[in-house]
Ligand binder design. Structure first.
Ligand code: UD1
Length: 422
């Protein structure tokens, strides 16, 4: 499907949601797995890839490097045997932070690489010092010059690494790099997110020897070579969370298939406390919201298994229509309250205390307005605000939302929301 930069959403709020929907495959699992396909010269088949802008851009980057990519339905077959040019397309990298994940696999295979500072959502400074420090610990030479960073891994050596923060991206980079690095590499304070575990499972299927994925100590015993495999990444826990919160906001009853419960326990607990009814059977979650919601006073984001930062702005929108005050603490990123001014245009009452704290006072109804998405998850939150508002909301800049959701408007319209793309 093609997405156009000038697309907008038009929403007539007020409808309840009813129906059944399947969760798309995880963006944050698929992207590093696509990057890790570079670690083998054999073909890798990735099943059910989400048709989102970030995946389309990652495929463009791989093709520019020389990858042969075939799309069969929703599956991609990637063969990187012909790659000889390791010059990354800087314009594409600037649009997507995931380009940083290419560092581990490219350095493992080609030993040298240069980068410009990677892009992505403007949610805080998002430095890459933890990645750089970790590579240095593994003997990679790093030279920073103006906007460029040069890496040379010719004399790299396995080692112990302690991350100062359990960074998802840094853990994923090191796991990729160390998979074929001779010796034993240990990552302490590793990220435990399900997407890190999924990347490790993919690498293990390729022949890597990795222990401890999902804990804060991951050990990688380097192997000589990795082989081509077929792999299905996990469902997207943030899209699942978006659908659950959408139902809490709009009311109604929806059944969500392809949902993994233990990835969203914190959110489910919050929604139950707010008064939603939730039933779980295997990978099917049914949620209904019939009565007004109760305030849960405060929500704090944190590293997995705590409440995910990627659902924070959706929670902010939900709090806008719940009676009473809710304090939102954002502990992972600064500057992740970008949507507050847009929500205020819709009548929301939100006070920003500092870069990490906002206090929301629920209003009876939000009112429709013309607003702009400014980042991926914030953009999705504005869509949910539009569904809750009285009247006709217009959302511009939906290309931010298209980075991570497979046509969010079609998903919601299939559940009865009045939303269309123009
Ligand atoms: C990944 C996810 C993103 C999610 C985030 C946290 C992908 C493609 N993106 O992003 O959706 O919101 O995890 O769950 O998987 N930090 C540094 N220096 C670094 C790296 C990170 O200070 O070198 C800081 C960041 O600014 C942030 C915190 O560490 O405050 C966590 O970032 P990190 O876990 O690395 O997030 P990403 O991997 O970029």
């Amino acid at each position: 499907m093609s997405y156009r930069k000038k697309d907008k959403f038009i929403i007539n709020g007020g409808n309840k949601l009813y129906g059944t929907i399947k969760v798309q495959t995880s963006k944050n699992a698929t992207l590093p797995i696509m990057s890790a396909s570079l670690l083998t010269t054999e073909s890798v088949k990735i099943n059910s890839c989400p048709d989102i802008l970030d995946v389309q851009n990652m495929i463009k980057i791989l093709k520019k490097l020389g990858a042969k990519v075939e799309r069969i339905g929703d599956d991609y077959v990637i063969n990187n045997s012909q790659i000889d040019d390791i010059c990354l397309d800087y314009n594409l990298c600037k649009t997507m932070r995931s380009s940083i994940f290419l560092l581990g696999s490219i350095l493992a295979r080609f030993k040298t690489m240069s980068l410009t500072m990677p892009g992505g959502c403007k949610i805080g400074e998002r430095p890459i010092d933890i990645h750089i420090d970790a590579f240095k610990r593994l003997g990679v030479k790093v030279v920073e010059l103006d906007d460029f960073i040069f890496f040379n891994a010719e004399h790299a050596k396995a080692n112990k690494i302690k991350l100062k923060i359990p960074s998802v991206g840094a853990t994923e980079n090191i796991v990729q790099f160390a998979s074929t690095l001779k010796g034993k590499t240990t990552i302490y304070n590793a990220a435990r997110e399900p997407e890190v575990v999924d990347l490790c499972n993919f690498l293990i299927k390729m022949g890597a020897n990795i222990k401890g994925a999902g804990t804060n100590k991951i050990t990688i015993f380097g192997v000589d070579r990795l082989k081509g495999v077929e792999y299905r990444p996990i469902p997207d826990r943030i899209v699942l969370g978006t659908l659950l919160i959408a139902t809490a906001i709009c009311g109604g009853v929806i059944q969500i298939n392809n949902a993994i419960l233990n990835q969203n326990e914190k959110l489910i607990d919050i929604l139950l406390r707010m008064g939603c009814q939730i039933n779980i059977k295997n990978d099917i979650i049914t949620i209904s919201r019939e009565t007004p919601l109760k305030s849960i006073k405060s929500v704090s984001t944190g590293y997995f298994p705590d409440f995910p930062t990627d659902l924070q702005s959706l929670m902010l929108t939900l709090s806008c229509i719940v009676k009473g005050k809710t304090q939102i603490n954002e502990k992972i990123f600064e500057n992740r309250f970008l949507i507050v001014d847009e929500l205020k245009k819709m009548g929301a009452k939100i006070q920003i205390i500092d870069n990490h704290t906002a206090i929301v006072e629920g209003v009876h109804k939000l009112s429709a307005n013309k607003i702009k998405a400014l980042d991926l998850r914030g953009g999705a939150s504005l869509v949910l605000a539009g569904l809750a508002a009285e009247g006709r909301t217009i959302i511009e800049n939906v290309h931010f939302i298209d980075r991570g959701y497979c046509h969010l408007e079609s998903m919601l319209a299939s559940l009865g929301a009045d939303i269309k793309r123009i």
